[in-house]
Design a protein around this ligand. Structure first.
Ligand code: NAD
Ligand code: GLY
Length: 362
């Protein structure tokens, strides 16, 4: 299985995604992109820091100009401009200039925030993604979407900014809480549904190996996921067309995430949103009832929720109206024309969304 994927833009190679089972190759990979000449700031959180930051710092010490570590409290509630401000302050005090580099060591929260700081500090410095959650490895570290939350609005402030390198130590997944690990399966299954029917089948055939985090199964799963995302972001880096497919399950999913006050994880809400989207696709005659049932079964095999209680339908619908996917009052909704064939649909009505929600609200 391929453990290196190169992402191109306008047919030019922009960055490599490297999948390893240790941090051994990190320094050689950083040297390839000229990091040995730079000051490096490792950005991490209070959970990942004690697990991996010292190890990474020790590897870099004496191999680059200088290494510092910036640690902030773990959790989505710290993905804010206030944390970015603290990071800018540290960088200014350490005299970081435009030639220096940030290293995002952690999950999607760290990657999004570090990428945004890199996009804006001194009008842009380089950064590297070292994703340590399944969700970050299969999705958020690839494609250059960066940003922070603003008040109650998720990812409302951000920038497209491509990393110089994505380096994964897949073994970091072993320290991940089981529920956090499995929540990443929402995004993995999404790739099968929108583009890769054979991968969707493979997932169904390898449930136990995936749940046990067996290295070969994890490598295959992460590699196919990243490659699927690569193809899509190469075609449409700034989400003007086909990149919207990556939002399957996200319109209703984000609304549910918000209405449940983030007590459900992102991937769990995506799973619920995908069931609603599949149900709507079934009503349109695209999917069979059997296919919707199969999807629910696969999600449940990974302990992902397929419905949610305690929410008011109208309130969830209202929450979708603040979504970034809404353009000129019209929603870009992702449906499934078939398993493995996502489509961007601008004609979805409120009635259809209501019916989709009825299938997932208990
Ligand atoms: P997260 O970054 O909050 O990480 C979840 C928890 O796991 C945190 O407490 C973290 O400290 C801990 N953790 C991380 N790695 C660990 C490890 N190896 N061992 C032990 N603990 C570890 O959550 P996430 O699910 O990785 O990311 C969610 C974020 O990603 C959201 O903010 C979402 O908006 C964003 N996202 C961005 C994109 C994108 O394209 N940029 C795509 C999807 C999601
Ligand atoms: N996670 C959606 C995207 O990168 O476009």
């Amino acid at each position: 299985m391929e453990n290196r994927i190169t992402v191109h833009q306008n047919e030019k190679p922009i960055y490599d995604i490297v999948m390893e089972h240790s941090f051994e190759q990190l320094v050689p990979e950083l040297k390839k992109i000229g990091a040995d000449e730079k000051r490096i700031c490792i950005v991490t959180d209070t959970t990942i820091g004690p697990l991996y930051a010292e190890q990474v710092r020790n590897l870099l010490e004496n191999q680059v100009r200088e290494v510092i570590v910036f640690t902030f409290p773990a959790g989505e509630q710290y993905k804010t401009l206030d944390t970015v401000r603290d990071l800018y302050t540290v960088l200014i005090k350490a005299k970081f200039d435009r030639n220096d580099m940030l290293l995002a060591l952690g999950g999607g929260v760290i990657g999004d925030l570090t990428g945004f700081a890199a996009a804006t500090y001194l009008r842009g410095i380089e950064f590297v993604q070292i994703p340590t959650t399944l969700l970050a490895q299969v999705d958020s570290s690839v494609g250059g979407k960066t940003g922070v939350d603003f008040d109650q609005y998720k990812n409302m402030v951000g920038a497209f900014c491509m990393p110089k390198l994505v380096y994964m130590n897949l073994a970091t997944l072993h320290t991940l809480d089981r529920r956090v690990y499995l929540s990443g399966m929402g995004e993995v299954i999404k790739y099968g549904l929108i583009r890769r029917p054979e991968f969707y089948q493979w997932i169904g055939q390898h449930v136990q190996a995936i749940k046990n985090r067996e290295p070969e199964a994890v490598l295959h799963m992460v590699s196919v996921s990243c490659d699927t995302k690569r193809v899509i972001v190469e075609e449409d880096p700034f989400e003007r067309s086909v990149r919207a497919l990556l939002n399957l399950g996200h319109t209703l999913g984000h609304a549910i995430e918000k209405k449940k006050d983030f007590s459900l994880y992102h991937g769990e809400c995506v799973a619920i949103g995908m069931v609603a989207a599949a149900q709507m696709s079934c009503k349109r005659g695209y999917l069979t009832e059997e296919q919707v049932k199969e999807l629910k079964e696969i999600l449940q095999l990974f302990d992902l929720p397929t419905d949610v209680s305690g929410l008011d339908k109208q309130e969830v619908l209202d929450a979708t109206k603040n979504d970034k996917k809404m353009i000129a009052g019209q929603i870009k909704f992702i449906l499934l024309k078939a398993i493995g064939e996502g489509i961007v649909d601008r004609t979805v009505t409120e009635e259809e969304m209501t019916a989709g929600l009825s299938a997932v609200l208990k």
